[in-house]
Design a protein. Structure first.
Length: 180
């Protein structure tokens, strides 16, 4: 998709100032309609993750170990428990610090695996939604990311998506004072 042509579905404008809501975090409140925790596949191969010395072809054990962590499982449980609630969207962000370099990625601390892992929460665009998601509201996905290739002078270190962990179906809400 061409940059600048991002099209979101199920989002509206602030009734008070007209600002366009583009992601879950733009809303003061969200009504969590559903959360789907996705299965970890049997094999996690060919995701183009990189150690310091080169590509790592199969990260199945690393990924399974990371997803099984208590703090990550507790976060997924928090998401599950948010269904049916009207919440500040910040309260359903990952419970980790944002990375210093990749400022949109929550770094999973104390990794005991060869690669670093991150959580990213992003809204799905219209072209990524299936027919079942074409509804009144947005869908945010929680993704596990890891290290991608280092592009050197062409862009430096990168991170790359590994796995979708959860989908959050939500409807953005405004505070009473914002509604004319
Ligand atoms: Zn506003």
């Amino acid at each position: 998709m061409v940059e600048g042509e991002r099209k979101l579905t199920g989002h509206d404008n602030c009734p008070s100032c007209g600002k366009e809501m583009t992601v879950m975090q733009d809303y003061p409140l969200v009504d969590v309609a559903g959360v789907t925790i996705l299965d970890v596949p049997e094999e996690v191969a060919d995701r183009f993750t990189y150690t310091e010395s080169g590509p790592l072809p199969n990260i199945t054990d690393e990924v399974k170990g990371t997803v099984a962590r208590d703090d990550l499982q507790k976060y997924l449980e928090t998401l599950r428990e948010s269904v049916g609630n009207l919440l500040d969207p910040k309260s359903i962000l990952p419970p980790f610090q944002l990375d210093n370099y990749f400022s949109y990625a929550y770094r999973i601390p104390d990794s005991i695996t060869e690669l670093p892992y991150y959580l990213i929460v992003r809204d799905l665009e219209e072209t990524e939604l299936s027919w079942r998601d074409q509804r009144d509201g947005g869908v945010a996905v929680v993704q596990l990311w890891s290290r991608g290739p280092n592009m050197g002078s062409a862009g430096g270190p990168t991170i790359t998506p590994v796995l979708d962990l959860a989908e959050i179906q939500y409807k953005g809400q405004f505070l009473p004072g914002e509604i004319k």
